[in-house]
Design a binder for this molecule. Structure first.
Ligand code: ZN
Length: 417
């Protein structure tokens, strides 16, 4: 059996045929070269409009890297024709296996982008002895195709999130679809301004924005404003994950301040190494940590009181009726405002200011799972951290869509990986 037979099975083009096949080089340089020629009497198609026309002339031979076979690099060799297009004039012909002007074939691009989902981009480049750039271009191609061909019908629930980027100096706004039937990253914006979220709604379109039923987000002011304006019909919910993140931040601040004070006054360092102890949910503590926490709770420290206020607030989420939830919220805020712990008082004030949106959580109960946005947030942070070389917004954007976008792929006659 010949390599040509396999090629015709896995990738066949109507107007082209495979010619001679050569095995060349040695060791790392071993490669297979396959000539490609136009089928006799076939007319080239214009790469701009797709019409066929008479052949004008031939360009120099180009090499297109194909999926490697048994660790041997494979290249298709073809001298593109120029077509005398009746509409566009003299143009290069359309080459169905080529990835624009890139030296990779589409098949190899999809192959690399498929592996880049399982391995890091660097590892993918290493395993297949290609460049990081080639892997990046392949992923970019897959993302562009997927974004163009994705179905945006039936988007009813979205979650809006932001992640710090570039060592925390910059933010990205991420919008996820969090419907039961489909969970994916929908959109990414540079920054987290009013303008940013406005461009999301612009991208989604007026009609689809009008079909949104639930929107989860943080209390970030620009977000609140835009959501009210662009999707006023949706139930806007301040989600549990983001609210509790504000608590953790406040608690951190209280603890850090108190550690400093205790040190300055020459007290025992009882609060050192307790940061995670106080931030973790009690059910996630190890046995040893439980003992340390129990000891710590005996002290009348601001950190301890703040911790208890935070843990007490968790009860809020377990209410079924918005009425009782509101009663609880009021009592909790009152108590906290009397606590004399500044960062916690700020949290209470913030919750009071956003009470209606906070109580929407109970109006949407059962419809949304609070863990979805949190799960995506963790994965998004991991992706940007893991991915070296994403110095540009475009690089980060491509990586995030690739891992979290759940993007469609074309129907292949043969799957290479
Ligand atoms: Zn044309």
């Amino acid at each position: 059996m010949q390599i040509k037979t396999i090629l015709n099975r896995v990738q066949k083009f109507k107007s082209f045929v495979y010619g001679k096949v050569r095995l060349l080089g040695c060791r790392e340089n071993t490669r297979i070269e396959v000539d490609v020629v136009p089928r006799s009497n076939s007319r080239p198609r214009c790469s701009k409009c797709g019409r066929s026309g008479p052949c004008y002339d031939h360009l120099p031979m180009r090499r297109f890297e194909f999926v490697p076979l048994w660790g041997v690099k494979v290249f298709l060799l073809y001298a593109p024709r120029r077509v005398d297009c009746p509409k566009c004039g003299v143009k290069v012909e359309e080459i169905p296996w080529a990835l624009g002007k890139r030296p990779l074939t589409k098949a190899y691009g999809w192959f690399l982008s498929g592996w880049a989902k399982r391995l890091s981009w660097k590892e993918t480049a290493g395993v297949f002895r290609t460049s990081w750039e080639s892997v990046f271009r392949s992923v970019e191609m897959a993302v562009e195709w997927g974004r163009k061909n994705q179905n945006l019908d039936d988007v009813h629930s979205i979650g809006i999130d932001e992640i710090a980027w570039k060592k925390g100096h910059k933010y990205l706004t991420l919008v996820y679809q969090i419907d039961e039937h489909c969970k994916r990253l929908l959109w990414i914006g540079n920054e987290r301004k009013t303008k940013t979220l406005l461009s999301f709604f612009h991208w989604l379109g007026g009609e689809r924005s009008g079909e949104l039923q639930y929107i989860c987000s943080d209390m970030w002011k620009p977000y609140l404003k835009v959501i009210a304006k662009k999707a006023g019909q949706a139930i806007h919910i301040l989600d549990r994950f983001h609210i509790m993140a504000h608590f953790s931040k406040a608690l951190d601040e209280v603890r850090a301040g108190e550690v400093k004070e205790l040190k300055a006054n020459g007290y025992e360092p009882i609060l050192t190494k307790t940061r995670w102890l106080l931030l973790k949910r009690p059910e996630n503590l190890t046995e040893g940590q439980e003992v340390t926490l129990a000891e710590l709770l005996q002290y009348n420290l601001r950190s301890v009181r703040a911790y208890l206020l935070k843990e007490d607030f968790q009860q809020f989420w377990s209410y079924v009726s918005p009425y009782w939830a509101e009663r609880f919220l009021e009592q909790w805020c009152k108590r906290t405002m009397l606590s004399k712990i500044k960062p916690m008082k700020r949290v209470a004030q913030m919750l009071r200011n956003h009470k209606p949106l906070l109580l929407n959580w109970f109006r949407a109960k059962g419809q949304l799972s609070s863990g979805v946005v949190e799960g995506f947030n963790t994965k998004a942070k991991l992706t940007t951290r893991k991915a070296f070389g994403f110095r540009t917004f475009h690089g980060a954007e491509i990586a995030l869509y690739h891992t979290l976008g759940n993007l469609p792929e074309p129907d292949f006659t043969h799957k290479f990986c």
